[in-house]
Design a protein around this ligand. Structure first.
Ligand SMILES: Nc1nc2c(ncn2[C@@H]2O[C@H](COP(=O)(O)OP(=O)(O)O)[C@@H](O)[C@H]2O)c(=O)[nH]1
Ligand SMILES: [Mg+2]
Length: 320
């Protein structure tokens, strides 16, 4: 299962305290209290593993390391260890306290979410010509404490959409090693299935049914995942008696949710063509082309048709 929303609390490390100390060595008299180390920062960093949010399911609090206190002889305390939370690219980190949003777009991109506390200065800093034995030093400050809502937004380059049982998961499995569950009955898929097609992420978006945009069914939760998907592949089963209507149901859902999604570049896949004869395939393709120009007949049992699909995916991949 892919966790795509999670709430966590993070805290930067506390700064180390400064020290009041004096040298006892005869020729080096004076204040020698060292500074503390700064508290560690908390960052997020983008990774390609899309289930990277799963590890936040049980542990909810993440603290960076505290700075070490200053020592005698002007020795600085060590900096607190920084904490890097690995999140899938496409994650938006909403700071619930400041209401600022941070978006992790690239693998390896590192964004600061909570600063560690400033270090406290040792008494050496407070010396002056009038005060050669300062008793003053500073305590390290607390690190920033924030509540964050992490939300995985972008999950795919290409999204498979369509009514339940249109053959989306089967197709994903035929093209990638996704190993998504498939079944003859509706609603087998409860979360988006993802497949890696030579570095391009394909997603099978489940549960789009009439009214999904109004919160019915499961569709709503997943529609946001195709918000930034560049290309949609609309699967329509050859078993359907009214393909135009199937198409419209999904299209209306997308429009209701957000016009921009409905306007994405799309292909129509007439799926399960092994179930009807060739003449019927030609006729249906012709009909569907009246709705949308790019129509491809496919069957997971027909390698040639899958090769046609691969050609299209390769083209999309090269254009990225
Ligand atoms: N004959 C045939 N059956 C298929 C084909 N693709 C999928 N199916 C079957 O159609 C049913 C629904 O497929 P599934 O991939 O789960 O649909 P999804 O709900 O859109 O993900 C399953 O029983 C599949 O075995 C195909 O190309 N030909
Ligand atoms: Mg499915």
């Amino acid at each position: 299962m892919i966790v795509d929303e999670i709430r966590i609390q993070i805290k930067g490390g506390k700064g180390g305290d400064g020290l009041v100390a004096f040298s006892k060595i005869k020729n080096e008299k004076g204040p020698k209290g060292g500074d503390g180390g700064h508290g560690g920062n908390v960052y997020v960093e983008g990774v390609s593993n899309l289930s990277a949010l799963n590890k936040f399911r049980h542990k909810k609090e993440f603290f960076a390391g505290d700075g070490v206190d200053g020592k005698t002889r002007l020795l600085e305390g060590a900096r607190g260890e920084e904490l890097i939370l690995k999140v899938p690219v496409g994650t938006i980190a909403h700071n619930l306290d400041s209401e600022r949003d941070f978006e992790v777009m690239e693998v390896g991109e590192k964004i600061l979410l909570a600063k560690g506390g400033r270090r406290g200065r040792g008494n050496w800093h407070f010396r002056s010509s009038t005060n050669t034995t300062p008793m003053e030093c500073e305590d390290g400050k607390e690190g920033q404490l924030f509540n964050f809502f992490l939300e995985l937004k972008m999950i795919a380059d290409v999204g498979f959409i369509g009514l339940p049982s249109a053959g989306k998961s089967s197709l994903l499995n035929a093209l990638t090693k996704a190993n998504a569950k498939t079944a003859a009955y509706h609603f087998t898929t409860l979360e988006p299935n993802l497949g890696d097609y030579y570095g391009m992420i394909l997603a099978d978006i489940p549960g789009l049914i009439e009214g999904a945009s109004l919160g019915k069914g499961l569709g709503m939760k997943f529609l946001r995942h195709i918000k930034r998907t560049k290309i949609l592949i609309h699967c329509i089963s050859s078993e359907s008696l009214n393909q135009k209507k199937d198409y419209q149901i999904i299209k209306n859902e997308l429009k209701e949710y957000e016009t921009a999604i409905a306007q994405k570049k799309e292909y129509i896949f007439l799926t399960k063509t092994d179930l009807i004869d060739e003449k019927e395939v030609t006729k249906r393709v012709r009909e569907l082309k009246k709705i949308s120009p790019n129509v491809i007949p496919v069957s997971i049992y027909d390698e040639n048709s899958l090769d046609e699909v691969r050609k299209i995916l390769n083209k999309i991949k090269d254009k990225r």
